[in-house]
Design a protein around this ligand. Sequence first.
Ligand SMILES: Cc1ncc(COP(=O)(O)O)c(C=O)c1O
Length: 774
Amino acid sequence: METSGVLGADPPRFGSAEAEQLARTRFGVDGHATPLVSERDQNFLLATDAGHGWVLKISNAAEDPAVVEMEVAAVARVAALEPDLPVPVALPADDGRTVISARSPAGTEHVARLLPAFGGAHLAPRDLDAPDIRSLGTMVARLARALRGFFHPAAGRVIEWDLQHLPRLAEHADAVRDPARRALLDEVLARYRDRVLPALPRLRAQVIHNDVTLDNLLFADGAVSGILDFGDMAHTALVFDIPATLQSLLRDRTDLFEVTGAFVEGYATVTPLESEEAELLGDLLAARMAQTILISAWRMPRWPENDYITGWAEPAWTLLDQLREVGFALAGQRIASLALTPGAAEPPPEAELIARRRVLGNALSPLTYRHPLHLVRGRGAWMYDAAGRAYLDAYNNVPVVGHAHPRVVEAIARQASLLNTNTRYLHSSVVELGERIVASMPPGLDTVTFVNSGSEANDLAWRLATTVTGARGGIVSEWAYHGVTAAIADLSPSEWPRGERPDGVATIPAPDPFRGVYRDLPDPARRAQAAMADAVAQLAAGDRRPAAVFLDAFFTSDGIFAPSADLLAGLIGEARSAGALWVADEVQSGHGRGGDGLWGFATWGELPDIVTLGKPMGNGHPIAAVVTRGEIMDRFAAETEFFSTFGGNPVACAAALAVLDVIRDEGLVARAASVGARLRDGLRELAGRHPAIGDVRGRGLLVGVELVVEGTDRQPDAALARWVRDEMRERGVLIGSTGRAGNVLKIRPPLCIGPDEADLVLETLGQVLRARRS
Ligand SMILES: Cc1ncc(COP(=O)(O)O)c(C=O)c1O
C-alpha cells in the first residue's frame, strides 16, 4: 500500500496561540487552548471563561475537505434522528460555514472546525460490566441506524481502517519477523480471503462510524456523554462497526465470549444481525486485529514515538492468541450463536431445562442421546448448541434443503409480513403449489389437498380410501409408522400400545432380504403376493375388506429397505385385486431423498391412488398434502366437504414453493444420489473391517446400517446401535436408529450435505467402531 494519504502524512503543526486566535477570529470563541492527542489531526481543547469547552479540530493537510464535510453532515444527521446520542455538532463560523480553511505557520492549508467538548471521562474496558457493554451495543446500532440512508460522495474513499481493504495491507506482513506470529497472521488473512471476501458483496452496506472505541467515548454518570471522532467513517459493511468496538472493549480482558455476547445482544435489540454477518463475526474480529497489527507494522518505523499508533498492536496479538486457542472456526461459531440467539450468552443450564420439560408431560417422546442436545440454530447441514458447538446433522430429513435456508426463510418472512389467511380466499400461491406438485407427479394424480402434517395427510388419505371403497380394513408393513391421529395410530404398528393389533388392521412383513419370508428367496414377487394375500385373509377373518394399503417407499421405520420393483408390484397388484387403494406415503421418502426424481414411489413403475407428502415439504414450516385422482376426490366431495384452517395457508405455501425451487436450483436430487452412493460405498468399506456391520442399504440419502452381534446369525445389536449413536453425538455427528429391533443406524441428512461432510460421517463412525474395540 502506498504511504501517501492521511495515515501516511504528518499531522498539522499549529501552536496553541494560533489555535486560540483561529477560534476567536472565526468562531467568536475566546478560550485557552491545550493540545490533545490525535493519530493524524491536531486537536486543541479550548476552555472558555463561561465554562464551555470546545475542541478546535484542525485536519491533516492531506485530508480531503469533502471528507470533513461528510463528517459534519453525518453528525448533523445523527443529531437529527437520534437527538439523545451525544454527538459533536459543529459550530458555524463567522461566514455560516461549519468547515473553514486555516493556514498553518508553515504555510500549509488545513480545514478546521469547532466542535463542542463533552464533559466526562474515558473509561477502561475493565470499568464496564455486562449491562454497560450491552448498552454500548445498542448505542452503536442506533448510531448506524441513524446513518442508514446517509450518502456522501466522500464516503467511497479508500481508508486503511476500512476492513474491506484489509488485503491491501497484507504487504506489511513482512515486518512481522517472529515466525509463530507471522503464521498466526497469515492464518487470519487466509480466513479473511476465503470466508469474508467472497461474502462481502452480499453484506448490508452503508456509511458507518467504524471507530466507536473507548478512546472515542466519554462517560459521565454511568452513561455515554460524548461520541467523538467520526474520522474513520466509510461506506462499508454495516457489521464492521462491531469488531471495531469489540477490539476496544476486549483490550486487557479475557472474557471474550461474555463481552462479545453482551455487546451483540445489545446491538441486536436495534438491528438483528443477518445470519451471514453473524457467521463472519469471529473472522471479522480476528481481521480487525490483523488490520491493527499491519497498520502498526507499517507506521511504526515512521512514527516510533506515537503510542497511539503502536500501543494497539500487542493487545491485538493477545486477542488473536485467545481466538487461536479456542480455534478460529469454533470461536466463530460460538460468536455467531451469541449474535443470532440473543440471551444465549447465559442459556438456562441443560439440567434445569430437562427438569422444566416435565410441563410437557410423560407421553412425549424422550429426548434423543445420552447427553441431550440444546440446539439453538442451524445452517446447511450443521446445527449449533447453546455453547456454540457445531454438530453435523446427518439425521434430519425435515430441513431437506438445509437448516434455515435463506431462500426459504426469506419466502416465509416476506409472506408473513404481507398476509396469512386460508383457502377460503383466493390466493395464487396455493394454486401455484398445487399445480407444481401435480406437474411433478405421473399423469392422473391431478388433485391436491393441503393439510399441516404427515399424520393429517394420511388421515385424509384413509378417509378418501374408506369412502371410495366402502371398506374398513387397512394393511401396513409390520413396523410401519404413518402418524398420530386415532385412525393412523391404528395403522402404525410401531405405535401400538403393548403391541396389540387394532381391529381391521393387517400387516405384511418388511421386505428384509435376511429375515422372514423374503430370506434367500429366488422369487420375491411371488412371496410378496403371498404375503399380501395373507394380510387380506387376516382382514377377511375379521369380516373386513381392505380399503387401503399404506406403504413408505423406503420402509424407513421397518429398518430402511429399498426393495425391487418386482417385489412391490407383487404387493400392490395383490392388494388392488382385493379392492384396496394404494397410498404411497412419501412423508419420509419424498422431496428427492431417494436421489431418483422427487418421489420415492416413482421407481416402482406403478401409479399410486393416493400420495401423501409432509415433513420436508416446508423445510420445517408445517405443511403437508394429499395428492390423488380427481375422481377419488369427487367421490369424497359427494359425501362431505373438507377445510383445514391452516392447510394451504399462504405462508406455508411460500415455504413449500421455495423448497421446490431450491431442490431444483441447487440440483439436490442429483446430490442425494451421488453423496448417498459415496456414503454407502464408504460404509461398505467400513463393513469389511467391522463385522458388527451386518448390512448397508438404502437409497439416495436415506442410508441404513444394520448392526449385528458378531459371530451370530445376524442377531440384532440394538445396544450397540444406541451406543454408536451416542458416541457419534459426542464427536459432533448426529445420526439416529430405526427398525423393529432398533439396531439399524439411520443416516438421513439434509440433501445439501456435501462429499466432505459425508466423509466426516464415515470417519467419525470409523473412529467410534475402532474405539469400541480398544
Ligand atoms: C412415513 C411417515 N408418515 C407419516 C408421518 C407423520 O408425519 P407427522 O409427524 O408430520 O404427522 C411420519 C412421521 O415420522 C412418517 O415417517
